[in-house]
Design a binder for this molecule. Structure first.
Ligand SMILES: Nc1ncnc2c1ncn2[C@@H]1O[C@H](COP(=O)(O)OP(=O)(O)OP(=O)(O)O)[C@@H](O)[C@H]1O
Length: 161
C-alpha cells in the first residue's frame, strides 16, 4: 500500500557549523524526499525543554537541552513513502559508537561526535512527527498534507471524546 508520510528532521548545532556536512546532508535529503519546509532556527530554552519533554527525568536531559540551545539548528519537514523509517535509517543508531561499528555510512557515524552531539534528529512515529512539526514549524499548515491530516482529525476526535 502507498504510505506517504511526513517527518521532522533536525540537524543539530555542531552540524550546522559544518558547511560541508550541511551541503552533503541537504543533497541526501533532496534525493530521497520532498522537502515541504526548511528553516534555520535558534532553539530557545523553552523550545528545547518542550521538544525533549519525554526525556525530562533522564540524566542527560540538561546536557541535551543545553546543547540544542548552543547554536542554530536546521529543520526540515520531509515527505516520502515510509518517510519516518527512511530518515531514521539514514540517521542510523542513536549512539555514535554503535553507529560507527554497525552502520559506518550512516549520518551519525559520519558526523556524530558523542551520545549528545549525535548530529541529527528524526521523529519516531506519526504522532511524534505531528507534535514536533507543531513545535518547530507552528506556521506550517499541516492540514494541507493529505494522509497526515487524516491522522490529525483522528487525534482531535479522540481528544474530544
Ligand atoms: N545516553 C545518552 N547520553 C547523552 N545523550 C543522549 C543519550 N541517549 C540519548 N541522548 C540524546 O537524546 C536524544 C533523544 O534520545 P532518543 O532515545 O529519543 O533517541 P533517538 O530517537 O534516536 O534520537 P532523536 O529523538 O534525536 O531522533 C538523542 O538523539 C541524543 O541526542
Amino acid at each position: 500500500m502507498y504510505n506517504m508520510e511526513i517527518t521532522l528532521a533536525l540537524l543539530k548545532p555542531h552540524i550546522v557549523r559544518n558547511t560541508y556536512a550541511v551541503h552533503q546532508l541537504k543533497a541526501q535529503m533532496e534525493s530521497n524526499f520532498n522537502i515541504l519546509a526548511a528553516k534555520d532556527l535558534r532553539v530557545t530554552k523553552e523550545l528545547s525543554e518542550c521538544f525533549y519533554v519525554e526525556h525530562k527525568d533522564k540524566f542527560f536531559y540538561y546536557r541535551l537541552t543545553s546543547f540544542m540551545q548552543s547554536g542554530f539548528c536546521s529543520a526540515f519537514i520531509l515527505q516520502s513513502e515510509s518517510c519516518i523509517q527512511k530518515w531514521r535509517q539514514l540517521m542510523g543508531p542513536t549512539k555514535v559508537f554503535k553507529a560507527v561499528y554497525t552502520d559506518p555510512n550512516c549520518i551519525r557515524a559520519l558526523y556524530g561526535l558523542s551520545d549528545t552531539r549525535n548530529a541529527c534528529h528524526g521523529s519516531d512515529s506519526t504522532v511524534s512527527a505531528l507534535r514536533e512539526i507543531g513545535i518547530i514549524f507552528p506556521e506550517f499548515d499541516i492540514s494541507s498534507v493529505n494522509n497526515q491530516s487524516k491522522v490529525i482529525n483522528k487525534c482531535v476526535h479522540i481528544k474530544k471524546a
